[in-house]
Design a protein. Structure first.
Length: 283
């Protein structure tokens, strides 16, 4: 069943690519809201089988934190993928794995020399990969990189919140997190509704709507595959394989969008992925 970790990485990387690609054609909020509705609707029946009130205020608080962090993370990621080079943006977001490591260090956990070296490698790789992007001709300057870093930090906080809340109640943490994320997207859509309604959605055809639904379904399947893989194999190996999801986004951007990376960026991307993989294996 360890192969499910590879499937999870492939699905998550595909979901990220779709989110970025569709956000280039239709309003970002439409992509976020539509995909989150699908995810929440699919999750609720299963979550309601558990006692979402069993965790009390602690699980609910962590669920709220996870929901807010997830909303920020996904919005930042999709926007960064939409305006930047996917081959650069996606690997940077993999740095989310460093947040739980930092939290453990603050809690008194010791970081070995290998982990510290991997952290340095990942950070150096980020600089190498993003440098030419900042000076490139995308017209957005440093914004894609800044959004990618924000997404990485937010994803890390979301994962940390889910882990802390799940120690009390998994159903409550996930349920509250999903509802909060959906609520934030819905509130944002209401605030800018007039602007969205006035925008001509010439490219928001049926294929785009199918793609939005696919983001939610594929993301949910990725989480299911990861959960099953973690139950049947070594968690360290599963984490390493699943953390390689940006490779799929990079390959799709290269194949479908004809993106090209400079040699220094290729080296930087490889360094980021290698560093994150080592951190995941050692965690």
């Amino acid at each position: 069943m360890i192969w499910l970790a590879v499937v999870a990485a492939a699905l998550l990387g595909t979901s990220d690519y779709l989110g970025g690609a569709l956000s280039r054609k239709v309003p970002l909020l439409l992509v976020l809201l539509g995909s989150q509705v699908v995810t929440t609707v699919a999750l609720v029946p299963n979550l309601l089988r558990g006692d979402v009130a069993a965790g009390g205020s602690t699980a609910w608080a962590w669920g709220v934190a996870a929901g807010v962090a997830t909303a920020v993370a996904v919005a930042s990621l999709f926007r960064a993928l939409a305006i930047g080079t996917m081959g650069v943006v996606a690997p940077i977001t993999a740095l989310s794995a460093l947040v739980p490591v930092a939290a453990g260090w603050l809690d008194g956990e010791r970081l070995g020399a290998v982990v510290v070296g991997a952290l340095v490698l990942a950070l150096v790789g980020t600089v190498l990969a993003s440098g030419p992007e900042v000076r490139g001709a995308t017209g957005h300057g440093v914004r894609p990189i800044a959004l990618a870093v924000l997404a990485a930090g937010a994803f890390g906080l979301a994962n940390l919140s889910v882990a802390r809340g799940s120690a009390t109640s998994v159903p409550a943490t996930l349920f509250v997190g999903a509802v909060v994320t959906l609520g934030l997207y819905a509130a944002a859509a209401l605030v800018v509704w007039r602007r969205l309604a006035a925008r001509p959605w010439a490219d928001a055809d049926r294929g785009s709507l199918v793609g939005i639904v696919a983001i939610g379904v594929i993301g949910l399947l990725a989480n299911v595959c990861f959960a099953l893989a973690s139950r049947s194999g070594a968690l360290s190996l599963v984490a390493v394989l699943a953390s390689l999801y940006p490779v799929v986004t990079v390959l799709l951007g290269w194949r479908l969008l004809r993106e090209r990376l400079q040699p220094v960026q290729v080296a930087g991307v490889a360094a980021v992925l290698a560093g994150v993989a080592v951190v995941a294996a050692a965690s």
